[in-house]
Ligand binder design. Structure first.
Ligand SMILES: Nc1nc2c(c(=O)[nH]1)N[C@H]1C(S)=C(S)[C@@H](COP(=O)(O)O)O[C@H]1N2
Ligand SMILES: [Mo]
Length: 240
């Protein structure tokens, strides 16, 4: 789909551990609204994008969650349109890049060092089925905060190992219940459901919940290609 540029910058282990000990808000602002990230990963060349900053500081209202008794393990139908990529978790890297000051590459153990969030939500597929699922993983907003987005970031592209791709508006991406999940119903995420890493969010339809994510790219404008299904006429926003 030709998005932006490929870069594979590495963050050192020491830097990562320092960063991951901080909350996403603490990463961004001290009392004066000045980025404190500089102390941790070096010079910040751009001021924080005000819109992204506002979304991070004032997260949208959470969607009510279900209780563990509501989980429907048999109702989540595997829905894979191309093929199931088998990813070696030891070699896996998540690239987060685009219009950011601090593009990053994460191993699975880097990701697992970030705060774990669990939620029980309803997955809704446009093909006419739904399932209540428990997902656990990291908040996408924490990853976005670490990359120090430049000004005017409005969209996020997700690329998957099977060639699937999708794009989201930044507000939905920064929603506190938009997770990069690596667990399902209390177990490691099965390959069919997107291991090692997939999107899970109660505010978007199933086809926006990319499985096998390998690259996340923050951009100010959408390209002509918006998503695997979106480019075939499915609604782009796909909110629930
Ligand atoms: N990479 C990738 N992600 C994908 C898909 C896919 O084919 N490839 N299918 C989507 C659709 S339409 C749905 S409903 C959900 C299904 O998730 P599941 O297979 O874990 O139930 O994955 C979404 N994410
Ligand atoms: Mo779907």
């Amino acid at each position: 789909m030709g998005i932006i540029r490929i870069s594979h910058p590495q963050i050192t282990r020491r830097q990562f551990l320092q960063i991951s000990g901080l909350s996403s808000i603490g990463l961004f602002l001290n009392g004066c609204g000045v980025p404190i990230f500089e102390d941790v990963v070096g010079k910040v060349s751009q001021p924080l994008n005000e819109k992204v900053g506002a979304l991070l500081l004032k997260p949208q209202t959470p969607v009510p969650e279900f209780s563990p008794a509501d989980i429907q393990p048999d109702k989540l139908i595997v829905n894979t349109f191309r093929y199931t990529p088998i990813i070696d978790q030891a070699k896996y890297r998540l690239i987060v890049d685009g219009e950011v000051n601090n593009p990053l590459s994460f191993s699975m153990s880097d990701l697992k060092a970030l705060p774990l969030t669990s939620m029980i939500i309803r997955h809704v597929c446009v093909e006419g089925w739904a399932a209540i699922v428990q997902w656990a993983g990291i908040r996408l907003r924490d990853i976005v905060a670490l990359t120090q987005p430049k000004q005017d970031i409005r969209y996020v592209y997700f690329q998957s190992a099977d060639g699937y791709y999708s794009s989201w508006d930044i507000a939905s991406a920064l929603h506190p219940q938009t997770l990069l999940a690596y667990q399902k119903n209390g177990e490691p995420l099965p390959v069919d459901n997107g291991a090692p890493l997939r999107l899970a969010s109660p505010i978007k339809l199933g086809y926006k919940q990319s499985k096998w994510i390998t690259r996340i790219t923050l951009v100010s404008n959408l390209l002509d290609t918006k998503g695997y299904w979106e480019d075939q006429g499915y609604e782009w926003f796909a909110g629930i």
